[in-house]
Design a protein around this ligand. Structure first.
Ligand SMILES: [Fe+2]
Ligand SMILES: [Fe+2]
Length: 227
């Protein structure tokens, strides 16, 4: 048996209809900066230890790679299911958020002078393949893929938040980074809930598919930390 996460239905209310508008989201500091010279979006902390800098580098390298893969997963799903009346718009909406995530991660990678992963091209091909193959297995399998990927990514962002809590610095970029990661973590969990609501758990061999995709994501995370 496998466990089923409780749904957080309220999160399906589109974020922009809630009190927080898109302009007030933490990521807006990067996507539409009100203060383009703000050091929190331009520079990296100099008062952290070598180990902390290495941890920050690894975290941002993985995040950027994960967002590349996520973009290509949705691209692969859309290539197969784009004409589906329900799945097409749903996948497009989730992909739009991933485009923003990647845009922000690209800016963070430059800001903190992080070497991108050498597996950049692999992440694209693997992401597209995973999205397309699961979509070819059917709508439910595509949603099961999303559920498995977003579960791992949500947990991964949560782990990063704990790591960043330990990073003591006077530089304003780290509190902002934490807010951005919280926002993205919530987006990913929203994608997860969307997948479950659209019957991911009815996919054939759901448990096996979840295990394989989830394990693949965890291996990819560990690889991208190092390479
Ligand atoms: Fe994302
Ligand atoms: Fe996502």
């Amino acid at each position: 048996m496998f466990s089923v996460r409780p749904l957080r239905i309220w999160q399906h209310v589109p974020r922009r209809t809630l009190s927080t508008s898109a302009r007030n989201l933490p990521s807006a500091a990067y996507t539409s900066p009100k203060q383009p010279q703000d050091p929190s979006i331009l520079s990296t902390p100099e008062d952290i230890t070598g180990n902390q800098k290495a941890a920050l580098d690894a975290a941002l390298r993985v995040d950027q790679a994960g967002e590349i893969a996520a973009n290509y997963i949705y691209m692969g799903q859309l290539a197969v299911l784009g004409k589906d009346r329900v799945c097409g718009p749903l996948i497009t909406e989730m992909w739009d958020q991933e485009k923003k995530h990647l845009d922000v991660m690209n800016k963070l990678q430059l800001q903190h002078r992080v070497r991108p992963t050498m597996l950049w091209e692999v992440a694209k091909v693997a992401g597209f393949g995973l999205g397309a193959v699961t979509a070819l297995m059917g709508k439910e399998a595509a949603m099961a893929c999303t559920e498995a990927v977003e579960t791992v990514i949500g947990e991964h962002y949560d782990d990063q938040l704990k790591e960043l809590d330990e990073m003591k610095t006077s530089h304003s970029s780290i509190p902002l980074l934490k807010e951005v990661i919280k926002e993205f973590r919530d987006d990913e969990l929203e994608h997860l809930d969307t997948a479950v609501l659209h019957h991911s758990q009815r996919a054939p061999a759901h448990a096996l598919l979840s295990t394989v995709v989830g394990a693949g994501c965890k291996v990819a995370i560990e690889l991208c930390k190092r390479v």
